[in-house]
Design a protein around this ligand. Structure first.
Ligand SMILES: NC(=O)c1ccc[n+]([C@@H]2O[C@H](COP(=O)([O-])OP(=O)(O)OC[C@H]3O[C@@H](n4cnc5c(N)ncnc54)[C@H](O)[C@@H]3O)[C@@H](O)[C@H]2O)c1
Length: 253
């Protein structure tokens, strides 16, 4: 896909094997300028080099999405450097596999602040700039957990936050469609190899999970990144308020 002259911000793009990093690779191959952000900047320098080698232009910023000031500064700095933001991929996320009975208020707030409030902060910060250009593509990471009331590794707070992301995205689509801005979500099922499952995805657990997936395998980051790349492309401009399932058929609605 062609992303030449397009500027994209991706949150949570530090994780080497994560969905955000793979999305950055695909946008870079299309020639995008990518702003790679993460709360953990350990791998961001390497990420920038990787994107440049793929033909894109990239910079990195350390950003905690749950901090409104940092979110706003990230967008301001991007616009100062590149004049605009065409694409926002709200990918940063955390999960905690806790039972409802064990969730503390602190843990509830942490999960909501990153997964839900972070999406709001970044979206609110980019919208005025996108509106000015009458163009924008916003893509938010939801999850199958938000649809079926519980994931495999996320708790009820994670499910609730991801369901909230979908509701919020639909509202953005409705309010900002008149300004040429689309807002969609993807709802992945279990995606193997990323950091979010920690060490909990044992071989035994994997076998059990695969038994419930009609397509017979867990997802890969590429499966998700391909769909994201399409939804944030210029030709996807008539799709908005959509939630795309990427789960191998493990949840069909
Ligand atoms: N992997 C899956 O099975 C799966 C399934 C459904 C949805 N998702 C969603 O996909 C997204 C990406 O997940 P992943 O699997 O690539 O996980 P990952 O853990 O590999 O990547 C998530 C990234 O978010 C960053 N992050 C965490 N807190 C942050 C904060 N406060 N500010 C900025 N960055 C922060 C982490 O440092 C990490 O780099 C998440 O929103 C996740 O909920 C993942």
């Amino acid at each position: 896909m062609n992303f030449k002259d397009q500027v994209a911000i991706i949150t949570g793009a530090g994780s080497e094997n994560g969905i955000g990093r793979e999305t950055a690779r695909q946008l870079s191959k299309g020639g995008a300028t990518v702003v790679l952000t993460d709360i953990d900047d350990t791998h961001l320098d390497d990420a920038v080099k990787e994107m440049k080698n793929l033909g894109g232009h990239a910079i990195s910023m350390k950003v905690d999405v749950s901090n409104q000031e940092q979110a706003a500064n990230c967008v301001k700095e991007t616009v100062n450097q590149f004049g605009k933001v065409d694409i926002l991929v709200n990918n940063a996320g955390i999960s905690r596999p806790s039972s409802i009975l064990d969730i503390t208020e602190k843990e509830w707030d942490l999960v909501f602040n990153v997964n839900m409030k972070g999406v709001f902060f970044l979206t609110q910060a980019v919208l005025p700039y996108m509106k000015e250009k009458n163009y924008g593509r916003i893509l938010n990471l939801s999850s199958v957990s938000g649809k079926r009331g519980g994931g495999i590794f996320g708790g009820s707070h994670y499910s609730a936050a991801k369901a909230g992301v979908t509701g919020f995205s639909k509202a953005v689509a409705r309010e900002f469609g008149p300004y040429g801005i689309t807002c969609n979500t993807v709802a992945p099922g279990l995606i193997g190899g990323t950091e979010i499952t920690g060490d909990q995805l044992t071989d035994e657990k994997k076998k059990q999970i695969i038994a419930g997936i009609p397509l017979g395998r867990v997802g890969e980051v590429k499966d998700v990144a391909h769909s994201i790349t399409f939804l944030v492309s210029e030709p996807a401009g008539y799709i908005t308020g959509e939630e795309l399932d990427i789960n191998g058929g493990s949840h069909i609605d």
